[in-house]
Design a protein around this ligand. Sequence first.
Ligand code: AMP
Ligand code: ZN
Length: 138
Amino acid sequence: MVKDDCIFCKIANGGIPASTLYEDDNFRVVLDAGPASKGHALILPKQHYEDVCELDEAVGSKVLGLAAKIGRAMKSGLGCAGFNLVQNNGEAAGQTVYHFHMHIIPRYENGPAMVSWEPGTIDAEDAEKIVQAIKAGL
Ligand code: AMP
Ligand code: ZN
């Protein structure tokens, strides 16, 4: 399904021009318009899925392989030292465009610091409660 009022549906299907670095039957990969670093790209499925919870399993199973392919090309083509895969689900997680997308963010030596957090703490009792709470939803 393609959603008429979805900007990423339009970009993924060629309705709005974008800097495309890869395209196949299922995906278009474009440069992010507000890059976190040089080469920041987005994997966009051509079909509309709001987030990873809605993503078709067959399409979803191809995302990581494609991300690795693009990441390798960023390392050889742009000379980045590594890359982050970031994928936001829900407003609380920072999602702003409600069409599934995977960020591929090149990381450079001395590049901007990002995608990090202050490690917290957890004890065995908390861990067990959290595990049980998540398992109840599986
Ligand atoms: P998220 O916060 O995970 O939903 O990420 C949305 C991303 O889409 C942001 O990094 C934006 O810079 C990017 N973005 C929004 N509109 C466009 C657009 N028209 N073309 C390319 N990237 C876009
Ligand atoms: Zn869409």
